[in-house]
Design a binder for this molecule. Structure first.
Ligand code: GLY
Ligand code: MN
Ligand code: MN
Length: 435
């Protein structure tokens, strides 16, 4: 993302905020692993979306129309000794010269400077409940200003939910965001292909995970957008399985849900394939059903359709298919009304995708499903899950979890499957695994 893009976003937000307002955005805190060891740092997505600033201990302040400086960045000071241990810091000069701030102060001065900025504004745009420390400090500063109001100063009168505005901006992807997401998707597709190529009975699930992360790093994506799920056999029925510590067995399938993050944008792909490279008859029956549901859902992705249309299409195909296989019994419309498919398909068919894997943006507006519009990116990911002990299902279909997940961009004319390079049909998967 270029500095111009971050600037455009700040301007857009400031236009929406209007005069007499101030927005305050902290970055994410550092998480301690143990003692003086930290988890790898990732900035808060809302903060980064507006600033492009990657360091921890930073607070961005936007003050539309303020003469001295509209964009003020509080961040760490330069410190020779600390930089020798932990790497370079932008400091106040870097915040302005490299990251486009109009002014910058040391983060330690926040408590002296920010209250004075609040004093002159009426509306505070802030996401309450995300940062307990800043919530508390802000409360104290505002209370103090209220008490001072008798001496002629007036403090802010109104708090506005910043996330509401920002998340709607984030829902519509710009050209450069789509470019980053295409890259993330392409790299993850390569990783899934590689996992298929190297998978053998007897491997550990985490070894397959290592192939995924290795292939992503080889192509420029060092982080995953979420912990990879690699579940053999019945482990695939645990929706957020991340133990990944079992052996992959001949005759089982394995479900891999993994996607890299590229330039702070996520991809999210699931593929399910036989550990030994050849689908058995029963595996194929269930797999083809999930694939048909996914294809039906994907067809519904176009401007003017609403958010729930793909899910309803998937549910219809899955219910009909389960009746044909004899796993569900009864009339299809009634089974759909009763949500009988819920026993085997508990989750929804997708979610927004962007800087976060489960990205921001409302799914309903005034109680109605949101209409799809060009620039929105989402996943389509139906599944079927039949754990070992499931009653009423013939043994040949038990111990199987299947999900097929792609990332899609809504376009003017319909959609674009960003993850199309990941093998998906039975024929493609068997060819990749055999070849
Ligand atoms: N990887 C989480 C999801 O598919 O939603
Ligand atoms: Mn996923
Ligand atoms: Mn997903």
């Amino acid at each position: 993302m270029t500095p111009a893009e971050f600037k455009r976003r700040r301007r857009q937000l400031m236009r929406m905020m209007g005069p007499d307002s101030i927005a305050i955005l902290p970055s994410a805190p550092v998480a301690t692993r143990n003692r003086d060891v930290e988890y790898p740092y990732r900035p808060d997505s809302d903060f980064y979306y507006l600033t492009g600033f990657p360091e921890p201990e930073a607070v961005a302040v936007l003050i539309p129309g303020r003469k001295q400086a509209e964009y003020v960045l509080f961040c760490r000071e330069r410190d020779k000794k600390k930089e020798m241990w932990d790497g370079a810091r932008a400091g106040q000069a870097g915040a302005c010269d490299v990251y486009g701030a109009d002014d910058s102060f040391p983060i330690g001065d926040l408590g002296d400077i920010l209250p004075r900025m609040l004093e002159q504004r009426e509306r505070v745009f802030y996401a309450m409940g995300c940062n307990a420390d800043l919530d508390r400090q802000l409360g104290e500063w505002v209370n103090h200003l209220r008490n001072e109001s008798r001496s002629g100063l007036h403090g802010p009168l109104e708090f506005v939910a910043l996330d509401h505005y920002l998340h709607d901006m984030r829902l519509y992807k710009s050209r450069s965001e789509i470019k980053a997401m295409r890259t993330a998707a392409r790299i993850s597709a390569k990783a899934h292909r590689r996992a298929m190529q190297v998978c053998r009975p007897g491997m550990m699930e985490y070894q397959l995970e290592a192939e995924i992360t290795h292939e992503c790093a080889r192509h420029g994506a060092r982080s995953q957008a979420y912990p990879a799920i690699v579940g053999g056999g019945g482990n695939a029925c645990v929706l957020h399985y991340i133990d990944n510590d079992n052996e992959l067995r001949d005759g089982d399938m394995v479900l891999i849900d993994a996607g890299c993050e590229y330039d702070y944008y996520a991809s999210d792909i699931t593929r399910t394939f036989p550990v030994n490279g050849i689908f058995s008859g029963p595996q194929r029956e269930l797999y083809e059903l999930v694939l048909a549901a996914q294809e039906a859902a994907i067809k519904k992705l176009k401007p003017g359709n609403h958010w729930d249309d793909p899910h309803q299409a998937a549910v219809k195909v899955i219910t009909k298919g389960l009746v044909e296989l004899g796993i569900l019994k009864g009339s299809v419309p009634k089974l759909i009304r009763d949500k009988a498919y819920n026993k085997y398909y508990v989750h929804r068919t997708g979610h927004w995708l962007g800087m976060d894997v489960h990205d921001v943006g409302d799914y309903k507006i005034d109680g109605e499903w949101r209409l799809l519009e060009p620039g929105m990116v989402m996943t389509v990911e139906p599944g079927l899950y039949i754990p070992k002990g499931t009653r009423g299902v013939p043994a040949k279909w038990r111990n199987m979890g299947i999900r097929i997940e792609d990332d899609l961009l809504v376009t003017k004319d319909g959609h674009d499957v960003l993850t199309k390079d990941a093998p998906k049909t039975v024929a493609e998967i068997e060819a990749v695994m055999g070849g």
